[in-house]
Each structure stands twice: as structure tokens, then as C-alpha cells.
Write a protein that binds this ligand. Sequence first.
Ligand code: ATP
Ligand code: ZN
Length: 294
Amino acid sequence: MSERLTIAIQKKGRLADESFSLLRKSGLHFTIPRGGLLARVTNMPVDLLLVRDDDIPSFVASSASDIGIVGENVLAEAAHSATSPFDASIALRLGFSRCKLCLAGLENGEIKSINNLENTTIATSYPGILNHFLRENKITASTVEMKGAVELAPSIGIAQSICDLVSSGATLEANGLSAFATIFHSEAVLVGSSRPLSADKQACLDRLVRRFAGVIQSAETKYIMMNAPKAQLAEITRLLPGSDAPTVIPLAGNEDLVAVQAVCTETVFWETLEDLKALGARAILVLPIEKMMS
Ligand code: ATP
Ligand code: ZN
């Protein structure tokens, strides 16, 4: 029997649902137990470890898990705060749970840019990333670590500014704060280590990484079909996003029109369809692609 590859994923939270969804779209069958720590994949030699996101980088680094899915912010924080060499790094960017780590101050306060940070105190849950940023920018400031409710720090006088995760900015606004700098861009990532895996596990991992990459790519990729005037073919081809050589098929009994079909690897916007129509394209269809392997 082959050894089972372990993947650490967030049990509950902002990463959990999309992590489960990526694994399911990649063909893994499993059910999440109510209270348990482990979910067995029934159709591949894979076990899912269901944990808090903060534990994932160290699980991978310490070989408690072979790989993991975690926010790049949490991985970077773990790497910056590690006291000994840290063997966990990005194996694949996964494109979901995008957010950024921003510096923010009170809307009507005195801190409006990083130039105002000198000799002030900044509250954050990410002291590792923040101190790295301060060192790189030669700013002398104190940091105070808070595990949650960081956005309250300026109004209760713990710090003059904060460094916190932002996606829409609504939480900042609700607390009378405004962001003045972004210090880190994050998305969910697959984390691995440099430890060699057994041949079975490595084969399983390679297979999973290929499938994950296919799922991520097919989310944006669309198949586009239309009838187009032969005379406009060059212009029409130029408009197809992320596609260089469409398939062109003659239409029976029609000298002027051809059927054009192409795989578009970038987002197809309504504006593109309107531009195609303006060039004389008709019966334009955009179809989703369920799976792809290139
Ligand atoms: P846990 O209980 O596992 O420790 P948590 O409360 O620390 O969870 P979540 O709030 O679930 O963490 O966020 C997990 C990750 O999701 C963050 O580290 C970040 O990468 C990403 N994330 C955080 N906020 C947002 C957001 N507003 N939009 C999208 N992704 C986000
Ligand atoms: Zn957490």
C-alpha cells in the first residue's frame, strides 16, 4: 500500500471553503468530519489535516504535514519570525483569498504617510512582516502585537497607527481609519518543503500540483465561438484575449462568413463582445471550460 500524502488546510475560516473547493475540483473525494482533525481522501492516497491557519507553515516546516494551503501573509509572518532556518516555501500560487497588509492611521490624525511613522507605535498581528518592512525602509518605530481587534488600537491610544489585513477597506472605514500604504500583497498558496518525499508521495504531489494548476487556469479560461466576416478575421483575432491562433471553419453555402473558435486564457469582458459585434461577428457564444491540461 502506498504512503499517504498529508495536506494541512484551514478547518474553518476565510480560506477553508475555497481550499475544500479547489481539492474537490481537482477530483479528490472526501467528507469533512464534524469535530475531527483528519479527513481521509477516499480515491487517492491523501489525508487532509484540518487545523488553524497559523499552524500550517510550522506543520509543513516540521514535517508534521507534507504540504499545506495557507495565506501568503501567514507563511511570510512565520518565516520572518522563525528563529532557526525555516523549511517551508511557496510551491504554487492559488489565486484565491487575495488581500493586502496595509498601514492605516486615523482619518483626521497626524499619520498620513510612512514619513510620519518615525518614533511612533504601530499595532499589528504581523510583527514579523512589519518589522522587516520598517528595517528595509530605515524607519525607527515600535510595534505592539495584537492578536485581534487591531483596528481599535489608535482610538484607545495603544498605538498611533496600525498594520492590518484589508480586502475591501470597509472595516477600516467603520473604525475611522484610512490606509496610507500597502506593505504586502497576499493570496492563498500551496506550501511545501525541500525535504525529499518517498517516490509514491512525490508522484501523488506532482499529480495534484498539475491538477491544481489546471483548475486555477480553467477558472479564467473560456471557449469562444462566433460567425465572423472573412474580411475582418485579422481584427477579430486581435481582439480575442489570450488567444493567438483561432480555429477558422468555412460555413456551407456562405462565401463571406466563417465560424471562428478559440480558447481565451484571459477574462472575456462584455466590452470585448461588443467590439467583436461591431466588427460584424454574430452568434457569439462564450462557454466555460471545466477542466484543462496543457
Ligand atoms: P484560524 O481560526 O484558522 O486561525 P483566522 O481567524 O486567523 O483563522 P481568517 O480570518 O479565517 O483567519 O483568515 C485566514 C486568511 O484568509 C488570512 O490569513 C488571509 O490570508 C485571508 N484573508 C484574511 N482576510 C481576508 C479578506 N478580508 N478577504 C480575503 N481573504 C482574507
Ligand atoms: Zn489564524
